[in-house]
Write a protein that binds this ligand. Structure first.
Ligand code: HSE
Length: 432
């Protein structure tokens, strides 16, 4: 009988217990040895509703040190304590499952090597895209060819907020509050909206497919804090919606790894990914493009991925396979450069506030023309009253980040332009 210790009894921990109860028979039929949840650790467990037949402790370090526990499930979040807890567990020969993307993005290579050295199972399916089995798919089914690119909507909270702002005219803050209530957002939702959560996830995927060491450090990160309802409605007018995406791809000896908002054309399948849903488009040199789509956040979705790892861990435990050797082989061994965001080309959406004075449009287009930037689409709105500013919105041709930055600085210095120019990349068709 294998004994499980759960560290962290929040939304996901509670969903996990309920999943294990509800699908006990099904799970039992998939495993080679019986198991029991023997201990739950949470520093405020006394304030939570928990099963009385499972032992509890307020000290999470009781789990790695317990000689009783065989499999540790870490669902706490944060980095320092989970790192200590997981390294101690592995060294004590316990199998580990975690949903902690920040930890894997920061310390994945080291933990993979440690798990391989101690011949224990290490599962982290729930760390990227919730219930979508993207890690399993990439490291298993798709591991026999070159992965050319991944473009994903991988933060459910951002997708939910942008979708609510677009389809229900909700203000940013109200949509965020809804996402918190529904259990999608992180304990500190700053990480969702500033793009860090998605950056953790895309850098985990980049490190798995390109074997590059710690891509997080060089990942370009931009969140959705500056997206306004106005941008969403202008984008709509031009035939686009705004999504927050993570992108990684490889060109020659350089990889891209970035997260930021993009305009997605309404004909692109990613524009149909609504609410909290996640989608990961993967292009391989042989299978072409596949899209994995599903619930990317929320207790039940995340717990479902944890259960799938638990079944693997139990089977691994009684019949050690080559999984670790295959998945973690060469992790962190490649030294590709990560392309600087300024060197990456795409069309850009620009929103500019200008005085309604003749000639201002010509000044703007001259600046762009001097950088060899042409305008593919433009829309200009009437001022609400005689004194007010007019928003000018345009989509450029394909241009690198440096040229667009230079043009923006010049446009912002024009006498009849007010405030900052807002630039958002447009998803290229070859980004899928
Ligand atoms: N806060 C995360 C999201 C949860 O919204 O995607 C799943 O990682």
């Amino acid at each position: 009988m294998l004994k499980i210790g759960i560290c962290g009894y929040g939304t996901v921990g509670q969903s996990l217990i309920s999943h294990l109860e509800m699908h006990n028979d099904k799970i039992m039929s998939n495993i080679s040895e019986e198991f029991v949840v023997a201990l739950i650790a949470d520093r405020s467990i006394d304030k939570k509703d928990h099963r009385k037949d499972i032992a509890i402790t307020k000290d999470v370090m009781d789990i790695p040190s317990s000689s009783e526990i065989d499999i540790v499930i870490e669902l706490m979040g944060g980095i320092d304590i989970p790192y200590k807890l997981i390294t101690a567990s592995i060294k004590n020969k316990k199998h580990v499952i975690t949903a902690n993307k920040a930890l894997i993005a920061e310390h994945g290579d080291e933990l993979f090597q440690l798990a391989e050295k101690h011949n224990v199972y290490f599962g982290f399916e729930a760390s990227v895209a919730g219930a979508i089995p993207v890690i399993q798919t990439l490291t298993n089914n798709m591991s026999n060819e070159d992965i050319l690119s991944i473009t994903g909507i991988i933060n459910g909270t951002c997708n939910y907020i942008l979708d609510q702002m677009s389809s229900h005219d909700l203000e940013f803050t109200d949509a965020l509050n809804e996402a918190k209530k529904l259990g999608y957002a992180e304990a500190d939702p700053t990480f969702d909206i500033n793009g860090m959560d998605a950056a953790h996830k895309i850098s985990i995927l980049a490190s798995l497919i390109y074997k590059v060491k710690s891509p997080l450090k060089s990942t370009y990160v931009e969140g959705i804090e500056n997206i306004t309802s106005m941008d969403i409605s202008f984008a709509k007018e031009l035939g686009y919606c705004i999504k927050h995406v993570g992108i990684t791809n490889k060109q020659n000896n350089s990889i891209q790894c970035r997260v930021h908002p993009v305009l997605v054309h309404k004909d692109n399948i990613l524009s149909q990914v609504l609410g909290v849903m996640n989608a990961v488009l993967i292009t391989g040199d042989k299978f072409g493009t596949s899209m994995l789509y599903g619930h990317g956040a929320g207790g039940d979705a995340t717990a479902s991925a944890v259960v799938s790892n638990l079944v693997e861990a139990i089977n691994f435990s009684s019949n050690k396979d080559l999984r670790n050797k295959i998945i973690f082989k060469n992790s962190g061994s490649c030294s590709f450069d990560i392309t600087k965001n300024n060197d990456i080309s795409s069309p850009f959406y620009l929103r500019i506030y200008a005085r309604d004075i003749s000639g201002v449009m010509a000044e703007i287009t001259n600046i762009l023309a001097n950088q060899n930037i042409s305008i593919e689409a433009v829309t200009q709105h009437e001022p609400a009253d005689l004194d007010s500013l007019i928003p000018i919105v345009m989509i450029t041709n394909n241009v690198d980040g440096l040229s667009i930055d230079k043009s923006i600085t010049k446009i912002e210095s024009l006498a009849h332009v007010e405030g900052k120019v807002h630039a958002i990349r447009v998803l290229k068709t070859d980004d899928k």
